[in-house]
Design a protein around this ligand. Sequence first.
Ligand SMILES: N[C@@H](CCC(=O)N[C@@H](CS)C(=O)NCC(=O)O)C(=O)O
Length: 108
Amino acid sequence: MSEHPTLFVCHGDDGGPPFHPCRRVQEALRAAGIEYRKVIAAHGSPIPFLRRGSRDELFKATGTKKLPTLKLPDGTVISHSRAILAWVRDQSEREDALRRREASLLKN
Ligand SMILES: N[C@@H](CCC(=O)N[C@@H](CS)C(=O)NCC(=O)O)C(=O)O
C-alpha cells in the first residue's frame, strides 16, 4: 500500500485551461503540500463521446471510471474534482488546527 494518495487523471494531466479539473486538483494538492502519486489513466474529455480508450484498469483500481479520482492509502476513493478539492481543504484545515494546538501547548 502506498503511503501517499494516488491521483488518477486524464491525458490532459496538468495542462489545459485553468478550469481543467485534472489541473485544478493538482494545483490544490501542491499548494497544500500534499505529496501524491499520479496515474494518467485515460484519454479524457468533459464530452463523453470524445473520450477514448478503455477505462478498465482505472475501474479495477478504483471502482469508478470517473476522472479525476483520488485513492487514499486506506483505500477510500474520492471522485469528482469538487470532492477532491474539499478533501484537500479538510487536510489543510486539520493541519492548521494541529499547528495552532502545538503552538498553544508550547506557550503554556
Ligand atoms: N465535473 C467533473 C468533470 C470531470 C471531467 O470532465 N473529466 C474528464 C477528464 S478531464 C473525463 O474524462 N471525465 C470522465 C468522467 O468523469 O466520467 C469534475 O469536475 O470532476
